[in-house]
Design a protein around this ligand. Structure first.
Ligand SMILES: CC(C)(COP(=O)(O)OP(=O)(O)OC[C@H]1O[C@@H](n2cnc3c(N)ncnc32)[C@H](O)[C@@H]1OP(=O)(O)O)[C@@H](O)C(=O)NCCC(=O)NCCS
Length: 142
């Protein structure tokens, strides 16, 4: 099941974030900010326990693109369609932008399956010289 997150999900989301992004874990105060900002949308996927989450920045102006800030799935549930379920529940008819490490084949495969295309690259953006790829999924009529 995928549903909007509520404040009581924050500890489990933080724990999953630490497991999935050990070098880039968002702090508790950052997560508190994410959970309370009016322009954020957080969805969680459950498989009994928390299995994944997605965080979006949704600007109030309809013609501005949505930013997909973060998506992660518990390693125990990967490749079982959790991320697909989260994106299906998330992506509407607005344009969506995201940034992904060039070596992240799982994420790039996921995004490509939803019609995201590379629009630019930031050379050596990440530590170790890895490129960042900016991907875009065009909204309806854009
Ligand atoms: C990327 C991630 C969210 C995918 O989650 P997931 O629940 O395993 O993905 P799904 O099972 O929904 O897979 C959907 C599709 O994505 C692609 N995909 C997923 N994992 C993949 C992998 N390891 N290699 C290649 N393609 C992959 C496939 O096209 C897959 O469809 P298929 O299983 O029918 O082939 C997950 O691997 C993860 O949490 N990674 C660590 C965090 C991260 O890198 N987040 C993205 C930061 S930009």
């Amino acid at each position: 099941m995928t549903r909007p997150a509520n404040l009581s999900d924050q500890p489990a989301v933080e724990a999953l974030d630490a497991a999935c992004f050990p070098k880039d874990t968002w702090s508790s105060s950052s997560w508190s900010d994410e959970f309370t900002r009016s322009d954020r949308r957080i969805l969680v996927a459950e498989r009994g326990a928390l299995a994944g989450y997605v965080v979006l920045l949704v600007p109030p102006l309809e013609d501005e693109p949505v930013d997909l800030l973060r998506i992660a799935v518990d390693p125990a549930y990967r490749r079982t369609g959790v991320a697909r379920e989260l994106l299906e529940a998330t992506l509407g008819d607005r344009t969506v932008l995201l940034e992904v490490a060039a070596g992240n084949a799982a994420a790039i495969g996921l995004y490509a399956g939803f019609g995201f295309e590379e629009i630019s690259r930031r050379r050596g953006y990440y530590g170790g010289g890895e490129d960042a790829i900016i991907m875009r999924r065009a909204g309806e009529g854009q």
